[in-house]
Design a protein. Structure first.
Length: 78
């Protein structure tokens, strides 16, 4: 990890997961309100913070999460 201050926030195991393209269970991706912007945030803080994130605004909401949105889009382009 190039940023030493950022690296201090994670264990060596976490950093190895990042290198493999994975994320530690202690963090989750938050869909920011700004379209396309994703933020890696503490999982537990994200769970308890009541909010309307970007998933509801631009990320397809529940339909996007369950795959329904993908099916709708595929039907539209046939």
């Amino acid at each position: 990890m190039k940023d030493p201050n950022l690296a201090k926030q994670f264990s060596q195991t976490d950093i190895e997961l990042f290198k493999l393209g994975k994320k530690p269970k202690s963090v989750t991706w938050h869909h920011h309100q700004e379209t396309g912007k994703m933020q890696l945030v503490d999982y537990y803080e994200h769970q308890v913070a009541g909010h309307t994130g970007g998933r509801a605004i631009w990320g397809g909401g529940d339909d996007g999460r369950t795959g329904k949105l993908k099916k709708i889009i595929l039907e539209m382009i046939k």
